[in-house]
Design a binder for this molecule. Structure first.
Ligand SMILES: Cc1cc2nc3c(=O)[nH]c(=O)nc-3n(C[C@H](O)[C@H](O)[C@H](O)COP(=O)(O)O)c2cc1C
Length: 198
């Protein structure tokens, strides 16, 4: 089959694009609202985009709380979403008022960050403390502004639960990071193959 996304002429019950670009890592973003409320939400338009500087980005479909808090406070934390936490990850996607915390909604404990103010998810084995860089409003190929915003931040601190490091290497298959697929689908890493470069 072939279709053009602008025409949505795929003839399927749901657009298949997100099932093609999968697995997409999930940035489980914690931020602080101006009133001090700890906000937490998953973003699968998320990735590590650069090293030196180490930059992560997430894209917000509309100006959501995570984006606004990152902009106003200048900080955010990307917690690693893992298989044992999948239910909580999903719960924290619920749209609730800015004055309420998804940490409480999902019964998640906070852990302090070191270099930034937003707390980490205590149960998550890895977290990236980030300083906000900028928000880029995404345009389409005709130069027309969209309602999506790419939020960029520099990783200034990295937390790793030492139990997942063996012989100096982080064991991804033990961390079991979850990723987003299409529809309501998730996948996770539980098998890794090393292929040294030629
Ligand atoms: C696994 C998962 C990934 C998501 N990824 C995104 C995303 O990349 N961008 C987005 O705008 N919303 C995404 N959402 C929806 C947001 O998490 C949801 O709108 C949430 O309420 C936003 O919270 P906030 O306003 O506190 O930032 C995702 C939801 C789930 C369950």
């Amino acid at each position: 089959m072939f279709y053009e996304p602008r025409l949505a002429n795929h003839g399927l019950p749901f657009g298949p694009l997100k099932a093609i670009v999968t697995p997409r890592p999930i940035g489980w973003i914690s931020t602080l609202a101006p009133d001090g409320t700890a906000n937490l939400a998953p973003y699968s338009f998320f990735n590590l985009l650069s090293e030196s500087p180490d930059i992560v980005g997430f894209s917000s479909s509309g100006a959501k709380h995570s984006m606004r808090n990152a902009e106003t406070s200048g900080e955010f934390v990307c917690n690693l979403a893992t298989l044992p936490l999948l239910e909580q990850v999903n719960l924290t996607a619920k749209a609730i008022p800015a004055s309420e915390s998804e940490f409480d909604l999902a019964g998640l404990e906070k852990a302090p960050s070191r270099l930034v103010a937003p707390p980490r998810v205590a149960a998550s084995p890895c977290a990236l403390e980030c300083r906000y860089i900028e928000t880029i409003r995404l345009k389409d190929s005709n130069g027309v502004d969209s309602k999506s915003f790419l939020v960029l931040g520099e990783i200034v601190g990295v937390h790793i639960d030492d139990r997942f490091i063996e012989e100096g290497l982080l064991q991804a298959e033990r961390l079991q990071p979850v990723a987003r697929g299409g529809y309501f689908d998730y996948s996770w890493v539980d098998r890794v193959k090393s292929v040294p470069r030629p």
